[in-house]
Write a protein that binds this ligand. Sequence first.
Ligand SMILES: [Zn+2]
Length: 103
Amino acid sequence: MTFIIIAFFWISLVIIFALAAKDKGHPFQSYFLLGLFFSPIVSFMVLLVCGENKEELRIRNIKNINSKICPFCDNEIRVKATVCQYCCRDLPNIPTTTDETKN
Ligand SMILES: [Zn+2]
């Protein structure tokens, strides 16, 4: 009985930290497996050390607001833009981040 309770709390903590990691832009599966096989404490420590994955959060944000990244100045611009509003360069037809499902 004690084992079941410990296992329940173990898995709960693993899921909680994996969700926290996902919220900060890290892959849920990696932190879930890390916490499951090592310890939820380990995944929590790794999350603390790594902090927020700003690049991933930025990409998620871009998917939400339907914009893309200018290949010349690396700023966010509208998907339909033909000229970058930041660097004023003509934009080629860049595949947007939402096209990655074609793989
Ligand atoms: Zn630009």
